[in-house]
Design a protein around this ligand. Structure first.
Ligand code: ATP
Ligand code: MG
Length: 361
């Protein structure tokens, strides 16, 4: 049941490329949902013009007091960051990762959801209602930024670079516990932990140990520990065995892209960057990037962004509204209203209108 009369303050950051198109689509769907609630809840939007255009004009991806201003919001609704004219590490660290790190969004939830009417490259998908969630450790691991170049240890072949991973017991434990708690909310109570602890004998062994210890607190949840190479094969061959998959920053990044491709398109995939303690706002964004190859042509698939809006509704305490959004998405794809990336000929606006029309279902 919605918290009646509540107005949620949402910061919209469309940023770059198709991010602008899909955030506009998501906002339209959310506003239609609020309008249909008869005043039970509303959204107060503030849009921030940050991104690569802002960088070209000001030399910064976001304003200096950006995090300070975002703090006041109930959630952040994000598009996509990056443009060919700006180096990727500048655009990414200057905006998206600055928010993820600044707001301690240590859990990244990426559902893999097969939709009716969307062709999957998987044969198994014909026989199963496939639906699992990748939980990505979002604050350390392989993306901790540790290491360097031009070290004094130069090999005879030239420069040597070191890229280290950081695994802390606290960091492993909180994301693993998060995965177990999530598994308890699902029809299949199972957590698959992914590492490469046979070849990486420090951090990933610590992860495995923490996983075994935490599993002891959840005797009602089925568990498995799988190496990342084997899990890649499993995504393709036995996806019906998956429910919650928890993995490090890099491994989950790769596996979730694989998952969304198996579901039919990167444009379908939703994600939530959560600060589970709710000390700071969480951020909801499609998994895909700014897609310069199709940007500005009205062809972007809005489903990933709208699915991310559903994750945001869940986070805001509106699970029934989130479920309604998921039903609208399934009804729209089942009716064949699809963008070109999933084999259709509809544009972003047509799909968005169909999603809004399906909200009553
Ligand atoms: P990033 O580095 O930000 O992850 P990327 O370069 O890996 O970005 P994307 O920008 O996501 O990749 O684009 C990858 C491919 O997926 C492109 O061919 C793009 O057109 C397609 N794509 C991405 N998002 C969408 C979408 N919403 N609708 C349709 N196609 C999309
Ligand atoms: Mg990518």
């Amino acid at each position: 049941t919605p918290r009646t009369g509540r107005t949620f303050r949402i910061a919209a950051i469309p940023a770059d490329g198709v991010g602008k198109e899909v955030v506009a689509a998501g906002r339209a769907v959310l506003d239609a949902l609020a309008k249909g609630s008869g005043g039970a809840f509303a959204f107060a939007w503030e849009e921030f013009p940050w991104g690569c255009g802002h960088y070209a004009a000001t030399g910064r991806m976001m304003d200096e007091d950006g995090l300070e201003r975002l703090k006041a919001f109930d959630a952040i609704y994000f598009g996509a960051v990056g443009w060919p004219t700006v180096p990727d590490h500048v655009s990414l660290w200057g905006l998206r990762l600055a928010i993820c790190q600044g707001f301690d969004q240590w859990a990244n939830v990426r559902p893999v959801h097969f939709l009716p009417g969307v062709r999957s490259p998987l044969r198994a998908a014909d026989d199963h209602d496939l639906n699992w969630v990748v939980v990505r450790e979002n604050s350390e691991g392989e993306y901790a930024g540790l290491g360097g170049r031009n070290l004094s240890a130069r090999g005879p072949g030239g420069e040597v670079a070191v890229q280290s991973s950081l695994f802390t017991e606290v960091g492993c434990e909180r994301v693993i516990r998060f995965a177990f708690d999530l598994a308890r909310t699902r029809a299949r109570r199972k957590v698959s932990s992914v590492t490469k602890s046979n070849a990486q004998q420090h951090g990933m062994v610590l992860w495995d140990e923490v996983f075994r210890r935490v599993a002891g607190d959840y005797p009602d949840v089925e568990t498995e520990s799988v190496l990342v190479d084997a899990m890649s094969a499993k995504f393709v061959l036995r996806p019906q065995d998956l429910s919650v998959v928890v993995a490090s920053n890099l491994h989950a990044d790769i596996l979730s892209d694989l998952g969304s491709a198996l579901a039919g398109s990167l444009g379908l995939a939703a994600s939530a960057n959560l600060n589970p303690e709710r000390r700071y706002p969480s951020m909801f964004e499609p998994v895909h990037g700014s897609a310069p190859d199709i940007a500005g042509r009205g062809l972007a698939n809005p489903v990933g962004a709208v699915g991310s809006a559903a994750l945001m509704l869940d986070h805001l305490g509106l699970p029934d509204e989130a479920a309604r959004l998921h039903r609208a998405i399934a009804a729209t794809t089942a009716a064949g209203v699809l963008t070109p990336d999933v084999g259709g000929s509809a544009g972003t606006e047509e799909v968005t209108a169909a999603l809004i029309g399906a909200l009553d279902g």
